[in-house]
Design a protein around this ligand. Structure first.
Ligand SMILES: NC(=O)c1ccc[n+]([C@@H]2O[C@H](COP(=O)([O-])OP(=O)(O)OC[C@H]3O[C@@H](n4cnc5c(N)ncnc54)[C@H](O)[C@@H]3O)[C@@H](O)[C@H]2O)c1
Length: 372
């Protein structure tokens, strides 16, 4: 198969769909990898790295879209890219179609087959191609929060781990899923005094069994949240209610009870944020202050560490990409129902019910798409 990987063109996106390591594996399986000139630079991979891996470096995205059987990307195709997709071509990338009618219409009109990273599932009910980015954002949260706490950035001037004779920072993590667990691990590793809140008793039991000595856990009620937030130097927002906007768990009124210069890191900002005063920010201007409390609300946190993020995403996508290339999408999806769950669009038809419901469009079952 000819596997094409264009340069990402969405603003502030530095990741790349295929790393040189992934390209090497695809080449070893007998495929041709076409990588756009400079596509890896944002993640620290040069064209020479790709050439060494056996990939072919191509000058333009137009040539890649015109010749590749499968396009592998990171972000959803932008309007100019969607115009280049063609009938029968396979697209494997993040799509997030539900809030994006324009993209959905274009993909349907192109006649391509599109498999969305975010709806591929695993045997444990997880989303294996979303999880790596949650791991990255979670581990980054205490790092950016620690920076925000520094005096020059408007923070309280508190060191995460304290020093002998001086207490460490108190960190409250709201939501103990993938983001929250990784955030708590790193914050505890930095020496902070960490408590994680969740509403799932099953999750709390797991956290207690595995991390009971590293950080505390507590059931998330409004009262427990208010108590912890009042006492915290840093609060990390990491809740998710699938398919819904994040609940607002810290109100503006609560800010006045917090310690001046405390830091709020709202990782859930991509779902609207879980603090009332959150608004999305960018890596160029990541923090702002409300009522004396510093807010960090970058919606695409993994972009800050594009190299790590590219490698983490590539580790998760590689087995699926190889199966798609080795077997063709039909056989690969027939053999793996979790990959089939990723099928969102095929030959002008939507195949993912939640997207159809959100946009009021007809949907055919993925099983029928496999036969068509
Ligand atoms: N900003 C970014 O760059 C970035 C990157 C990755 C993920 N995210 C976002 O981070 C959020 C968390 O993602 P995740 O992968 O950890 O999800 P997850 O499903 O693994 O975990 C969410 C957790 O929130 C808990 N929860 C739900 N309601 C709660 C409440 N009221 N109080 C306490 N806990 C509650 C759930 O029980 C669950 O354990 C999502 O909104 C996701 O989109 C943002």
């Amino acid at each position: 198969m000819k596997i094409g990987c264009p340069t990402e063109i969405k603003p502030q996106e530095f990741r790349v769909g295929i790393s040189p390591d992934a390209a090497r594996e695809a080449v070893q399986h007998g495929h041709q990898v076409l990588i756009q000139k400079g596509a890896g630079l944002g993640a620290g991979f040069t064209d020479a790295d790709y050439l060494t891996s056996g990939a072919v470096v191509i000058d333009t995205a137009e040539e890649i879209f015109a010749t590749a059987d499968m396009i592998v990307k990171v972000k959803e195709p932008q309007a100019v890219e969607r115009k280049m997709l063609r009938e029968g071509q396979l697209l494997f990338t993040y799509l997030h179609l539900a809030p994006d009618p324009a993209q959905t219409t274009d993909l349907l009109e192109s006649g391509c087959t599109a498999i969305a990273y975010e709806t591929v599932t695993d045997a444990h009910g997880g989303l294996p191609l979303l999880a790596p980015m949650s791991e990255v954002a979670g581990r980054l949260a205490p790092q950016v929060g620690a920076w925000t706490l520094q005096k020059a950035n408007g923070g309280r001037g508190i060191l995460m781990g304290g020093v002998p004779g001086v207490a460490p920072a108190k960190v409250a993590v709201i939501g103990g899923g993938v983001v929250g667990t990784h955030a708590a691990k790193i914050a505890a590793g930095m020496g902070a005094d960490v408590t994680i809140l969740d509403r799932s008793l099953t999750r709390l039991k797991y956290l207690d069994d595995v991390f009971g000595r590293d950080f505390k856990n507590q059931y998330s009620t409004a009262g427990a949240t208010a108590d912890l937030v009042r006492d915290a130097d840093m609060v990390i927002g990491a809740v998710l209610i699938p398919g819904a906007e994040a609940p607002k768990l810290v109100s503006r009124a609560m800010l006045s009870e917090m310690k001046p210069g405390a830091a709020l890191v709202d990782v859930a900002i991509d779902q609207g944020g879980c603090f009332e005063t959150s608004r999305a920010t960018t890596h160029a201007d990541p923090i702002y202050e409300v009522d004396g409390i510093m807010h960090y609300c970058v919606a695409n946190m993994p972009g800050a560490v594009a190299r790590t993020s590219t490698q983490a995403l590539g580790n998760a996508t590689l087995p699926f990409m190889l199966n798609l290339a080795n077997k063709g999408w039909r056989q690969a999806c027939e053999d793996d129902p979790h990959l089939l769950n990723g099928l969102n669009v095929h030959a002008g038809k939507l195949t993912y019910y939640a997207v159809g419901k959100a946009l009021g469009l007809d949907v055919i079952s993925p099983a029928i798409a496999l036969k068509s």
